[in-house]
Design a protein around this ligand. Structure first.
Ligand code: 13P
Ligand code: SF4
Length: 319
């Protein structure tokens, strides 16, 4: 414990010394989330992380999350130094959508508006007309659908088919998935709900359809935390990375949160829904990266300029 406090003090001091700001996602270690808030950085969903990083005057941003979040920060602020505790922190959606295969897919369907999820590489975003996050994907596809556009969607098939069902848009889906959310099980969730009939179910839309169908609220991490705070219930079943529970409990004191089952009985499943790449962010490598200034994110400037158009469209739409 003393060692932990010493590391935290070192991070606080280094952030000041280097005039750096910490931008964290809700799935990273609770200590990192708390440090981000306490030191004037932010902890939020992907959309807010992008906006916060773009608007903050600091010259150095330390992004505690996964690689696409660091890349988005760099694309929006090429003049800033973007550091990450571990550059190998990737995402199964990003890995499952290689830029060359994606470009070939787009080439076969040039009549479609290309909408990609934030969880992709800069090169994939460079090929897109729009980038969206889970908080705003539904609204943007609805807007495009109303204009009569046909859509090519990548990479998350569950989020894509959820949006497709909600909007009725013509969407051709890339078949990617998130290895964390893909594990939530509809039948087991149904059984768990029978044990807690008054519980409300909060679901991230990267989850399979038979899980999303049982949700009382579907949304981004920030939207799910808001739902926990505002919904009139005392017990919630949560189908997303369990890193979120730290903020959920703080936002809704007195309420009770249960992990949605990934396999078998949730009671036996202590930490199954946790992203292995988000887990690569820790106090030690955060302190080290601040000290040494290594692990800098680079994005090819031309690729970055191309990708920025798709990201700016979303941010302008959201404004
Ligand atoms: P949010 O934008 O909802 O925070 O989602 C990011 C993510 O990676 C979910 O798995
Ligand atoms: Fe990617 Fe899933 Fe991890 Fe989110 S939880 S970063 S979508 S692998």
């Amino acid at each position: 414990a003393a060692e932990k406090e010493a590391l935290k003090d070192r991070i606080r001091r280094l952030l000041k010394e280097k005039e750096a700001v910490l931008v964290a996602h809700y799935y990273v270690d609770a200590d990192l989330q708390d440090l981000a808030e306490e030191t004037g950085g932010c902890v939020s969903d992907s959309l807010e992380m992008a906006r916060f990083g773009r608007d903050h005057p600091a010259k150095t941003l330390v992004v505690a999350g996964v690689r696409f979040m660091g890349e988005t920060a760099k694309i929006l602020s090429p003049e800033k130094t973007i550091l990450m505790p571990d550059l190998d922190a990737t995402c199964s959606l990003d890995l499952g959508c290689p830029a060359d295969e994606f470009a070939a897919f787009c080439d076969q369907h040039t009549d479609r508006t290309v909408v990609v999820y934030a969880n992709t590489s800069a090169a994939v975003k460079a090929r897109a007309d729009w980038m969206v996050t889970s908080s705003i994907g539904l609204d943007i596809v609805e807007y495009l659908h109303k204009q009569g556009k046909k859509i090519l969607w990548a990479p998350d098939r569950h989020l894509g088919s959820y949006i497709q069902k909600k909007t009725g848009a013509d969407m051709l889906l890339w078949q990617g998935s998130c290895l964390v959310h893909d594990e939530f099980k509809g039948i087991e969730l149904d059984l768990l709900r029978a044990q807690y009939p008054d519980a409300k179910v909060l679901v991230h839309p990267e989850s399979p359809a038979n899980v999303v169908e049982q949700a009382d609220a579907v949304g981004s991490t920030t939207q799910l935390i808001d739902a926990a705070r505002t919904m009139d219930a005392t017990t919630f079943i949560v189908a997303t990375d369990n890193g979120i529970l730290h903020k959920m409990r703080a936002a809704a004191p007195g309420k009770h949160f249960i992990d949605a089952p990934t396999a078998g009985n949730s009671a036996t499943c202590k930490s199954c829904a946790h992203c292995p790449w988000m887990a690569m962010n820790g106090l030690q490598n955060l302190a080290d990266v601040l000290e040494k200034g290594n692990n800098e994110i680079h994005v090819d400037p031309e690729v970055g300029r191309q990708a920025r158009r798709a990201i700016d469209r979303m941010l302008d739409f959201a404004a």
